[in-house]
Design a protein around this ligand. Structure first.
Ligand SMILES: Cc1cc2nc3c(=O)[nH]c(=O)nc-3n(C[C@H](O)[C@H](O)[C@H](O)COP(=O)(O)OP(=O)(O)OC[C@H]3O[C@@H](n4cnc5c(N)ncnc54)[C@H](O)[C@@H]3O)c2cc1C
Length: 394
């Protein structure tokens, strides 16, 4: 029977990152992937390392470290990850949004995240093509972006050089806990022995959980995106509509939107890839594992984009796609060892932040598996928080 230190289930950006940081610690690592590497959310998403969307706490702190890691990763992985630090703006259209965003920014500032409020004049300096009656915006100079495909390629290239092993197009039929190790059984009868298992199966993580009788509250949240032709930059930074962000702080804000917009979770996320193509998103929908795009949602996304950036009427849309965010019940990733299942770890449920959080998730998981100290309060991201909430009547 083949024997590994760690078997990672899922070859998306999270699984690949975890593998890389374990390989640096000289672990023998195998990734099991049911399709092609990167065939999940990590190749059907936006590219933001978006700091100002996060409430202060562990995920903001981890994203800040991820940004630092990304700054040197291109060199380390010998792959241009197209990391850029352009900053980001949340566009504000009325007083209600303004109030919510001012409160949010105050909290972020008090935790040391540099986010400013800009008035119309300053917004138009940075975004000359935004609608002229825009009220205000936020601006965070630390918001950045990276190409997720290149990140995965970089982890894979360097990982392979460090001894990473891969099996793609596999079907796992059993995961059995033995006295001091785990045994993974594949449909073709192959059995694999490993000291540690990492469930990095993204939106499918709960399927893997069922194989060892645990409930992992992660489900797919679809997002649809439109891609434009390559064009010169429309503005200095990437931009989001306040509805997309302020709703996190005050759900009342989106109540004013038409019912169907709310049901589809429409909000504008506009970012330009290094290639010059704009990515225009998105939706937040619970439709199971259906990865299709819909005419209805794409029309609404485009409507939002044209309302805020009328100049886009001159830009061709060249394609669209949808991806499945791995969404946990409370919106936070699940990262850590499962109680009562020694050696079985989860690194999944990053929802709309998995690209931003990939390097730090890999680093933290590798440290946990190697028994090293982690500076973050990881109990906040442990699976047992859901059981504890239930016990406490939450
Ligand atoms: C529209 C959209 C926009 C987004 N924008 C951003 C953004 O701007 N910034 C950001 O940080 N994040 C963004 N995200 C979120 C980000 O894409 C995800 O959080 C991230 O890709 C999750 O990575 P993952 O490796 O956990 O999951 P995935 O990439 O889905 O990888 C999981 C892998 O596990 C495999 N798998 C599943 N089941 C099994 C099994 N039984 N056996 C073996 N393998 C299995 C799958 O085939 C898949 O390859 C966005 C997502 C979407 C959909």
């Amino acid at each position: 029977m083949a024997h590994y230190d760690v078997v990672i289930i899922g070859g998306g950006i999270i699984g690949l990152s975890v593998s890389y940081y374990l390989l640096l610690k000289k672990k023998k690592v195998l990734i099991l992937e049911k399709g092609e590497l990167g065939s999940g959310a990590s190749s059907s998403c936006d590219d933001a390392i978006f700091l100002q969307s996060k409430k202060p706490g562990i995920l903001l702190d981890m994203t800040l470290e991820s940004v630092q890691m990304y700054k040197s990763l291109s060199k380390e992985l010998k792959t241009d990850l197209e990391f850029e630090n352009r900053g980001g703006m949340v566009l504000i259209e009325d007083d209600i949004q303004l109030k919510a965003m001012e409160e949010f920014v105050k909290i972020q500032n008090s935790h040391g995240l540099p986010v400013e409020m800009l008035d119309r004049k300053d917004v138009l300096k940075k975004q000359p093509f935004v609608r002229k009656d825009i009220k205000a915006s936020t601006y965070c100079s630390k918001d950045s972006q990276v190409n997720p495909l290149k990140v995965m390629r970089g982890f894979l290239k360097k990982g392979t050089a460090l001894g990473l092993e891969l099996k793609t197009h596999v079907e796992i039929t059993e995961i059995v806990q033995r006295e001091n190790y785990w045994e993974i059984v594949l449909k073709d009868g192959i059995r694999i022995k490993t000291e540690y298992v990492v469930n990095a199966a993204g939106a499918w993580a709960s399927d893997i959980g069922r194989l060892i009788d645990i409930d992992i509250p992660i489900r797919p949240k679809r997002g649809q995106i439109i891609v434009t032709q390559q064009v010169p930059s429309l503005g200095e930074t990437n931009a989001w509509s306040a509805d997309y962000i302020a709703a996190k702080m005050n759900p009342q804000i989106v109540q004013r939107k038409p019912k169907r917009y709310r049901e589809l979770g429409i909000g504008l996320a506009l970012s330009q890839a290094s290639s010059g193509n704009y990515l225009i998103g998105s939706t937040r929908e619970y439709v199971g594992f259906d990865k299709s795009t819909t005419y209805e949602a794409l029309t609404m996304i485009m409507h939002e984009a044209l309302r805020l950036f009328p100049i886009l009427k001159n830009v061709h849309m060249i394609r669209s796609f949808a991806g499945l965010r791995p969404a946990s019940e409370d919106g936070k990733a699940i990262v850590g060892e499962v109680d009562g299942k020694k050696g079985f770890y989860i690194a999944a449920g990053h929802e709309g932040d998995g690209i931003a959080l990939a390097p730090i998730t890999g680093k933290v998981m590798a440290s946990m598996i190697c028994g090293e100290k982690v500076i973050y309060p990881m109990e906040e991201l442990n699976l047992n928080r859901f059981q504890n909430q239930k016990k406490n009547g939450g």
